[in-house]
Design a protein around this ligand. Structure first.
Ligand code: FAD
Ligand code: UQ1
Length: 437
């Protein structure tokens, strides 16, 4: 025993603790490794493991919970409970896939491996990157601490969405400000959806006349697609909301209840607003392991072909969702289409066949305008509307609200995460029989 201890100590001192530990770390290998178990990772993981059987696909995901983030707009306004957005990760990991419960620390595409945060190395033949987009509350001075104070909230994270309803209920009078940052974000409609729900909430609460509602956006317009922007501008005007463009939130001073915005035209120039309620959409960026890897483009996102979803330099790597360079609006609806196209193309590539599936940039943003109505925006890479239903979807509709609030969660949990929902294209074709869509 003494001899064993002596040689072990000697071994450590000779080689260094790190090297000894690295030799007892796991080095496993899977045919397909998926980095991230969110909407993209689980849906594409289900398709691939259904096609290839057990033991071929591994999903690397650190979280215990999987969230259906699109419902957080309604959770924030108190229309749906938080529990409706959450399932245990173990219950959504596809039964034929292996769950590696850790996070990716480093992507090594030249070695066809990833390094986990515990130091293990996982090798792959094919890699799917589905790590989402990272929230950066820390890039606003005074945050995240200001979330501890009254009135400051955000629907964008599981930790802060519960504060939105509190802020709405406690609102007496003053400014209610809804921000939009100067970076790419997921669901570009969400910063204003909660504003329309707040307007309705204050009307019901009886203090709408005491509220001044501001949409302070670093962007230049209410929405990127003209057809829907025109409808939304009318709603903003009819609800007595003030929209300010080119204003980027840079600091929150909770002691004075002030929000400080820099002008996009001249960031040195600042404008200060008093607030009673401040709903923050934070700046966002690609996750650090992607930004720091050779897989990223200049903006930090995984550089994939916009039609095939295959990496432009590493053909065994594919990406989908918010972490990808795909030049469309980052939504779960887009991921619905992308997961089918990615799985088809990866399986073709694996069989040395041409990549036959082509992505047109389909994305959708159900713009909730009250707890009963919704404008169902759907569009492609060229910002042309690509609507599923044979009605004018720029109109506020009750039917679309029910599609969003009741129908789509059912589709998400029961079909998309099981690899059986590739977006509404089939229904669009069916409902537009005889028309060009
Ligand atoms: P995510 O679903 O965010 O998943 C990323 C996963 O990667 C996470 O599970 C994360 O834990 C994991 N991960 C991160 N880093 C690592 C790492 N280093 N290693 C391993 N795993 C990692 N979309 C719509 O279609 N309609 C809507 O109405 C809508 N509304 C929204 C409202 C809000 C408030 C929010 C926040 C989002 C909304 N979205 C909506 C957007 C939608 O949720 C996202 O676009 C979608 O979830 C993107 O899927 P993803 O797989 O790319 O990323
Ligand atoms: C969609 O397919 C989808 O996937 C389940 C969503 O998930 C969040 C959506 O929000 C939307 C809008 C779509 C598109 C589907 C229809 C019927 C418009």
């Amino acid at each position: 025993m003494a001899l064993l201890r002596k040689s072990f100590t000697q071994c450590i001192s000779n080689r260094g603790l790190d090297r000894v530990l690295s030799q007892i770390r796991l080095n496993s290998s899977y045919e397909i490794v998926i980095a991230g178990g969110g909407s993209g990772g689980i849906s594409v993981g289900a398709r691939l493991s259904n096609a290839l059987g057990s033991g071929k696909v591994a999903i690397i995901e650190p979280s215990d919970d999987h969230y259906y983030q699109p419902i957080w707009t309604l959770v924030g306004a108190g229309v749906k409970p938080m529990s409706s957005s959450r399932k245990a990760m173990k219950d959504v990991i596809p039964s034929k896939a292996t769950w590696i419960k850790d996070s990716v620390a480093k992507l090594n595409p030249d070695e066809k491996s990833v390094t986990l945060s515990n130091g293990d190395t996982i090798s792959y033949k094919y890699l799917v990157v589905a790590m989402g987009i990272q929230l950066h509350f820390d890039r606003i001075k005074g945050l995240p601490e200001a979330f501890e104070t009254p009135g400051v909230c955000s629907n964008y994270s599981a930790a802060t969405v519960g504060k939105t309803l509190k802020a709405l209920k406690n609102f007496k009078e003053g400014n209610a400000i809804f921000t939009f940052p100067n970076t790419p974000i997921k669901c570009a409609g969400a910063p204003q959806k909660i504003m329309y729900l707040a307007d309705e909430f204050f009307r019901k609460q009886g203090n709408r006349d005491k509220a001044h509602i501001y949409f302070n956006s670093a962007g230049a317009a209410i929405f990127a697609v003209k057809k829907y922007a025109e409808a939304l501008n009318k709603i903003v005007a009819s609800r007595d909301i003030t929209a300010n463009y080119g204003l980027n939130l840079v600091e929150v001073k909770p002691d004075k209840k002030q929000a400080i915005f820099a002008k996009m035209s001249n960031p040195e120039e600042k404008e200060t607003f008093d607030y009673e309620m401040l709903h923050i959409t934070p700046p966002m960026a690609a996750p650090a392991p992607i930004r720091d890897s050779p897989l990223s483009n200049e903006a930090g996102f995984v550089n994939v072909d916009s039609k095939t979803l295959q990496h432009t330099k590493y053909p065994e790597v594919f990406a989908l969702g918010d972490c990808s360079s795909l030049p469309t609006s980052k939504t779960a609806a887009a991921v619905a289409c992308q997961n089918k196209i990615l799985a088809t193309n990866l399986l073709s590539y694996r069989e040395n066949q041409p990549r036959s599936a082509t992505y047109d940039g389909y994305t959708s943003c159900p713009l909730i305008t009250s707890s009963k109505t919704c404008i169902m925006a759907e569009f492609d890479y060229d910002l042309n509307p690509l609507e599923t239903f044979p009605v004018n979807q720029a109109k506020e509709r009750r039917t679309m609200y029910h599609v969003k609030a009741t129908g789509l969660p059912i589709v998400y949990w029961n079909m998309m995460l099981k690899g059986r929902w590739g977006g509404p294209k089939f229904y669009r074709k069916l409902l537009h029989l005889g028309m060009s869509k």
